[in-house]
Design a binder for this molecule. Sequence first.
Ligand code: PGA
Length: 251
Amino acid sequence: MKNKIIAGNWKMNKLQSEAKQLIEELKPLVKDTENTVVICVPYTDLALAVEMTKGTNIHVGAQNCHWKESGAFTAEIAPSMLVEAGVEYVIIGHSERRTYFGETDATVLQRTTAALNAGLKPIVCIGETLEERNSGRMEEVLERQILKGFETITAEQLKNIVIAYEPVWAIGTGVTATDEQAQDAIAFCRSVFAKKYGKESADELYIQYGGSMNDANAKALLSMPDIDGGLIGGASLVAKKFADVVNAYKK
Ligand code: PGA
C-alpha cells in the first residue's frame, strides 16, 4: 500500500487570524507523519499559509483556478498566480462548485489542464448524488465524470493528478460512506482509469475518499486497499481533529 495523501479543504472558512492559529497548532501535530499533508485554504489565506509552512511537511493548496492565463475574467484566479504565490495543489470540480457554480465535466477538464500546464497538482473531485446512487446510476455517473473530465488528459499528466471520490450525500452531512461503499466505488473508479490508461497507471493513481471523514472513521477508511487518502472538510478546521486523521494511518 502507498503512503496516503491527506488534504484539508477549508472551504470558505478561516479569517487570517484564525488560519494563523490553526496552522500554528497543526505544525507540531503532523510533523512526524509519512503521509503527505495538504491544506487547501481560501485565496486570502494562501500567502500566510505558504509563509507559515515553509520548511515544514505541510503543503498548501487552493480550492479552484481558471483555465486562462490572464484576461477579462473578473474574480477568477489564474494557475500561474497560484504558482507565484507558492501554492502546490489545487482542488478542481468540487461538488459544491458543480452544484452552486455551474461547474461541468468540460470546465473541470479545462481547469485541470491549465493547472497541470502551470505545474500545479490538481485534486480532481468526482462523486454521485444520493438520487443517482439510489436509482442505480452511480457507476454510470462516475464513469461519465472520468471519461469526460479526463478526455484529453494523458497518462503522463495523470501522474500529477490526485482524484477525490466524494459521494455528494456524504459531504458535510455527518453521513460517511461505509468502508465497503467507499472501497467499492473507488475500486470502480480505478477500473475506469485502468481501461483508459492501463493497469499500471491506474494502480499508481492516488484516489482519496471524501465526505464526513474524521478522526473516528479515518483509520478504517484509510486501511481499505484502494483508498489512498482523504479530502477532509469539517474536520480539517480543528487542528487536533485534522492531525488525528493525518496520523490515523501508518504504512
Ligand atoms: P466534509 O467535506 O468532510 O465536511 O464532509 C468534504 C469535502 O467537501 O471535501
